[in-house]
Structure formats: C-alpha cells, structure tokens
Ligand binder design. Sequence first.
Ligand SMILES: Nc1nc2c(ncn2[C@@H]2O[C@H](COP(=O)(O)OP(=O)(O)O)[C@@H](O)[C@H]2O)c(=O)[nH]1
Ligand SMILES: [Mg+2]
Length: 305
Amino acid sequence: MASSSGVAASVAPATRRPTAALVGNPNTGKTTLFNALSGLRQRVGNYPGVTVETKKGQMTIAGQVFDLIDLPGTYSLAPRSPDEMVAVDVILGQQTGEARPDVVVAIVDASNLERNLYLTTQLLELGVPVVIALNMLDVAEGQGLKVDAERLARQIGLPVIPIQANKGKNLDALKQAIARAAAHPPGQPFLPEKKPTFPNAFECETQSLQAVLGPEIPAFLVRRLLLDVGGYIGERLAGKNGQTLSDKVEAARQRLQEAGCPVPAVEARCRYAWIREVTAGVVERPAVRPVTATDRLDRVLTHRI
Ligand SMILES: Nc1nc2c(ncn2[C@@H]2O[C@H](COP(=O)(O)OP(=O)(O)O)[C@@H](O)[C@H]2O)c(=O)[nH]1
Ligand SMILES: [Mg+2]
C-alpha cells in the first residue's frame, strides 16, 4: 500500500493541468481566440443555477497541455446576478468542480482601449497573474489609431501581446506569455506592479468589513460588497450574516459619503485615474479623421444622379 500511495503522490503534481481563463468585454474576439487556441478540443457547459454558457477546451504550449476556459463576456466584475457571478467565482477558485485558473488572459480591444482596461483593473485585484491579449489592432489601425503595445506593457507592468484573433496572428507569443505567467507559484498571490489605488477611507472600511466577515471571504468580495449597492455579493453574504452585516455595510457607505468618496462613484474615479496613467502616450490619434468606407459610400450615394 505504501508504494501505491507513494506513486499517487509523485504522479499527482505532474498530471495536474494548468488552467487559463479568457476574460473580456463582449465582442472583443474572445470566442474567436478561444477557438484558435483550442481548435476542436472543446465542450460547452453550464454551471448549476446559471444560464450562461462556459466553454472549456485544451491547448498545448511547448508540449504541456493547458485547460482553457472561455468565461461569459462582461464589461465589469460587479455581479448583479448568479450569471454575472460565474466569472468571479471561477477566477477566485470558488466554482465547485473547477480548478482556480493559474492565469487570466484579458482580451482587450485595441480600438477601444480605455474602456476595455476597466475590466483589466478589476482583474488585477483577484490575485491571479494576468496577461493582456491586445486584439483588434487592425480595427484600431483602420480608424487611424496607433497603439504602442510595448509602452502599454511597460506602464502597466504586465505582458501585453498584440494579436489578431481572427487571423490567428501572434498566438505563439501569446501562448509563451501564458506559460510564463502560469509558472507563478500557486497559492502565492500575484501582486501586480501597479494597481489602481483607492482612498485610505475606502481601504479602512474594507478592512473593518473583512474583520467582520473573516479571512475565508476573499478581499475582492469584501470590496465588491461595499461598492455594489444592490449587488449579488451582498445578497449572497446576507444569507450567512443577516441584518447586522447589511447595517454595517450601510453605515460604512454613509461614512464614505461623508469622507468625500461615495460608492459606487469612487470606483470609476480610481480606475479611470489608473487607466489614464497607464495609457499615457500609448494611443496616437490621427490629427484629421480618416475617410472611412461609410464616408465613401455616402459620397457615392449622394452623387448618384
Ligand atoms: N477585424 C478583426 N476582427 C476580429 C478580430 N478578432 C475577432 N474578430 C471578429 O470579431 C467578431 C466578434 O468576435 P467574437 O469572438 O465572437 O467575440 P466575443 O464576443 O468576444 O466572443 C467576430 O466577427 C470575429 O471574427 C480581430 O483581431 N480583428
Ligand atoms: Mg463569445
């Protein structure tokens, strides 16, 4: 018996497949990228109690097989329903039967950089390594935008890999970046070089709430509990903690209001300040709006006769 358990113990770490999760705003090319990375090795599933689909597949990087999860597209990780909670639960490793991802691939639409990075700032608070796949660069170029991926990577302190998902361009570089990020020791939180900073008053309130809830509630959820008025996390935790918790949250929000950092506005303010900082000088816009296909079509149509 001793020898068979010894074998199991030595085999287990080698057979555990690393997992990468794809996260992004809707229409950023997430499914296209998922298909390009996983090919036909994929299946669609639902977690119990939710209606959104989550696709799972596999990809191989330098001979190592990775599990790949395509999470439902979202603009923000501020869940209002069990459906919107799926991405958060999976990334926090709280989804039953699902391994916590070793790396999150944030797909970012280069033609809409600032808005897309809002979700990225939230991902940085989840303690999991993040790699940015900068997609839709051809669309950005078509709009006359020049996006400096290297500068963004430097300023943001994360790998930023320019890709074109629908043409399968640069996916090898993305895979290598995923493998490098996945090598981060599991169980050790990933601390990004540069995170958005929230006012002290907000940090103090989250710490007090964390003390009430206990260390088993991830810090990310405590922050969301405070930020998301009428949000799903409040609903879920209320089941366990009753009226006293919601009274405490309400009192904390009141104090934040008085301290000049009202929720939820404080979140957008802090995140957009960070976004402005990390995108400074990254996007070069055309001095004159280029002539688009629509303009040309308009011209043809208005000179028809
Ligand atoms: N021009 C361009 N189109 C892309 C690129 N990546 C994906 N697409 C297209 O964008 C559309 C939305 O992609 P999809 O993968 O469904 O986006 P999702 O909603 O994020 O899953 C599809 O028509 C894709 O073919 C890209 O890099 N450039
Ligand atoms: Mg999709």
